[in-house]
Design a binder for this molecule. Structure first.
Ligand code: HMG
Ligand code: MG
Length: 284
């Protein structure tokens, strides 16, 4: 099994989408330019969603246009529908992510659609992406708990993840949106998902409400998962998941996995610089 772990930086999207104040575009660009020097292969830097729903991401086009691109980095954005897809193409994203949920109530609150309605939008997006040869990642939210429905059945998670994979997503990121899941829940959920999808197509995305993220990542590592999402300075949350705080902090994750002997290819000094800049920008 691989001795390297890839960390996908999602702070400029998942982190900044939840900031209480609207940040200046140039501050976001400075953060992304610094993150581009850390060694990440993938950085999620925006989303092409309704600005009425997520005003913090309304400048994603300007962000994509304004950054200094490192050709070794794939810059990604969330896209919920074909309208978002056309904007993403206009601003030259390197890859997109579609995002669904294992909970009907969360799907309704996040996308104003049932799970299956969201998939009919994704089919349209995927068809365009295939024509354009653009890589598409898929997220499943609420893989252990939902803010509205409580505990989520792992079988539902595996079915939704399988649907994303069958649609053509090259990787499925399992979102523990609330940070409430414990290692037992995460293990059960992953065992179900791994019955449906090979482990090399799985990533894990932990929020850190109850300080369980690193323990949960340990469980995922033991089951063979080697790609993890995180945000510098632990920025983050989801505007449609009340109480969901930051993603696991990239600098903590990096120290944790390297402490276990995995290589990440990241420069810890640069990551800490970026985390400090993120704290300054967000006043934390
Ligand atoms: P809707 O209101 O049902 O859509 O929203 P609509 O088609 O009726 O359109 C309403 C308005 O939005 C229209 O504008 C559209 O043009 C516009 P108006 O005519 O009223 O002026 N619109 C758009 N504008 C920009 N980009 C678009 C777009 N689409 C429509 N793509 C919609 C449906 C999906 C648009 C809305 O629900 C939405 O934007 N949701 C996004 C929610 C979101 O971004 N959530 C956070 C990310 S998910 C997350 O954080 C979880 C994750 O981190 C994993 C985890 O932790 O679990 C990934
Ligand atoms: Mg998230």
């Amino acid at each position: 099994m691989s001795q390297s772990v890839e960390i996908v930086e999602v702070g400029p999207r998942d982190g900044l989408q939840n900031e209480p104040i609207l940040l200046e575009t140039k501050a976001k660009i400075s953060l992304i330019n610094l993150l581009s020097k850390c060694g990440f292969k993938r950085i999620e830097i925006g989303s092409f969603v309704s600005s009425k729903w997520v005003p913090q991401m309304a400048d994603s086009g300007l962000v994509f246009d304004g950054i200094t691109r490192n050709h070794k980095v794939s810059y990604a954005a969330l896209v919920p529908n074909i309208f978002g897809y056309s904007l993403a193409r206009k601003h030259k994203v390197d890859e997109i992510a579609i995002f669904c949920s294992a909970s009907e109530s969360f799907s309704k609150s996040n996308l104003n659609a049932s799970i299956q309605e969201s998939f009919s939008r994704f089919r349209e997006v995927m068809s365009l992406a295939k024509t354009d040869s653009l890589r598409v990642r898929g997220y499943v939210s609420c893989v252990t708990d939902c803010p509205y429905e409580g505990k989520i059945n792992p079988v539902v998670v595996s079915k939704v993840a399988r649907q994303l994979s069958d649609l053509g997503c090259y990787e499925i990121s399992l979102g523990e949106t609330l940070g409430k899941g414990n290692p037992d829940q995460v293990e059960k959920m992953l065992i179900n998902v791994l019955d449906e999808i090979p482990v090399n197509k799985i990533a894990a995305h932990f929020h850190d409400t109850n300080g369980q993220a690193l323990k949960n990542i340990g469980v995922a590592l033991d089951l063979g998962v080697r790609v993890f999402d995180s945000a510098v300075a632990g920025l983050g949350g989801c505007p449609f998941a009340p109480g969901s705080p930051g993603n696991v902090a990239t600098e903590s994750l990096l120290k944790y996995v390297e402490g276990k002997g995995y290589e990440t290819g990241l420069d810890i000094e640069q990551v800490i610089k970026a985390a400090n800049l993120a704290r300054g920008i967000c006043n934390i």
